[in-house]
Design a protein around this ligand. Structure first.
Ligand SMILES: *Cc1c(COP(=O)(O)O)cnc(C)c1O
Length: 401
């Protein structure tokens, strides 16, 4: 299924599970989106910014040394080379242009690690639209650099002090603000999550990743990949690189969740692997929840994958079997991060390192004809301080142990 049905469902998943006050603003976004999607001038402006500002199309790089010895070929789709260092900018440009077209005066966004907040602040600055970002107070402390970046870019960051003071609470606050001020405010959501039409809309902005990638694969290899591998937090980079290949039954699609300390532990962030069906942030999908339906705390080494839910289209692709989902632990991701840096000269984001870890394994199982394209969703500059600390600890343990 390529489009959700009229009620916003991909099979059994998705929909619009929101309080009454959000029904009208969501319907307004949906109407404006449908009009914009049918207007070539809207897409012209989108593609112009992607090429002149983001630097698209991002490269497809053959990884000659990563994961050797192996038989299959591995190539990286380089979203890390985009302006701001990840795929998130593709989506924020699409939504900001829609806001402009709707005559909205302000962009609001939730952010956890701060990556989405920075991407919204960036396009807000570029288009001259004020930006307010809601961020859990704990995350504001933990992600001081991104808070500073958002402020440099002219955005206002609002620390949210309710609940666990993290992403979940920031999202609730952004919804509350939007409900009160939707007249002049556009809510920019950071992944293929939330109520209809967001999961579909965000996917349509991110599918540029595979629209480019398909052409590049044909041009470089004369054929399509055998396998596509992408990490899954909310799931936007994965749907970005999956979508153009959905009808190619012989292209295997792999989504890689964060197992954290292991999917058999409480410290995990893999709802498709070990979650159950429920409602989170306006849509029905898999999530990590208790038997009573309370959202569970999650853990991943990578802030961008540390989310208890997942986009509804992934739930559908899992159920239909079109995509397969696996989980990679913190330690496996960290090892792949180091291997990629040392063998390819690429500092990957810790999120992307999860996809790298699984691709490495797959490349050993596949024969010579295997052609595995990994979505390098972002660059790891943001993660190196954290990794340095982790490695420092490991080093001490080695010496004293
Ligand atoms: C935010 C982020 C992710 C996770 O988000 P998705 O919506 O699942 O793509 C993955 N990689 C990077 C680099 C990110 O910044």
């Amino acid at each position: 299924m390529h489009k959700p049905d009229e009620r916003g469902y991909f099979g059994d998943f998705g929909g619009r599970w929101v309080p009454e006050v959000l029904v009208a603003p969501l319907a307004e976004v949906e109407k404006a989106m449908n009009e914009a999607f049918g207007d070539p001038t809207y897409w012209e402006e989108f593609h112009a910014l992607l090429s002149e500002y983001v630097g698209r199309p991002s490269a497809l790089t053959v990884a000659h040394r990563f994961g050797q010895p192996r038989n299959a070929t591995i190539a990286f789709k380089r979203e890390d080379l985009n302006h701001t260092g990840a795929h998130k900018i593709n989506n924020t440009i699409g939504q900001a242009l829609l806001a402009k077209r709707m005559g909205k005066q302000r962009l609001i966004a939730e952010t956890g690690a701060g990556q989405h907040g920075v991407a919204v602040a960036t396009i807000g600055a570029k288009l001259g639209i004020p930006v307010d970002v809601y961020m859990g107070a704990v995350d504001v402390e933990r992600q001081a650099l991104n808070v500073y970046l958002m402020r440099l870019l002219g955005a206002t960051v609002h620390p949210v002090t309710g609940g666990t003071q993290t992403l979940k609470d920031a999202t609730n606050e952004a919804f509350r603000v939007w409900a009160a001020q939707c007249e002049d405010t556009f809510y920019v959501i950071g992944s293929v999550v939330g109520a209809h039409p967001y999961p579909f809309m965000v996917r349509e902005f991110q599918r540029i990743v595979c629209d480019d990638g398909r052409i590049q694969s044909q041009g470089r290899f004369g054929r399509l990949p055998t396998d596509i591998v992408a990490c899954v937090g909310g799931g936007s980079n994965a749907l970005g690189i999956f979508t153009a290949f959905i009808d190619d039954d012989n292209v295997n699609l792999w989504g890689v969740e964060a197992a954290g300390k292991g999917t058999n532990t409480a410290e995990t962030a893999a709802p498709l692997a070990v979650g159950s069906v429920g409602v989170l942030h306006g849509s029905r999908s898999f999530l990590l929840q208790t038997a009573e339906g309370q959202v569970k705390p999650t853990h991943s080494i990578s802030a961008g994958l540390d989310y208890p839910g997942v986009g509804p289209e992934h739930a559908y692709l899992k159920q239909s079997g079109r995509a397969k989902y696996v989980a990679v632990t913190d330690d496996e991701a960290l090892a792949a991060f180091h291997a990629c840096a040392a063998s390819e000269g690429i500092i990957a984001a810790l999120e992307s390192a999860h996809a790298l870890a699984y691709a490495q394994q797959l490349a050993k199982e596949r024969g010579e004809e295997g052609l595995i394209v990994v979505c390098m969703s972002g660059r790891g500059d943001k993660d190196v301080t954290q990794i340095e600390k982790l490695d420092g600890k490991a080093l001490v343990a080695e010496v004293t142990g």
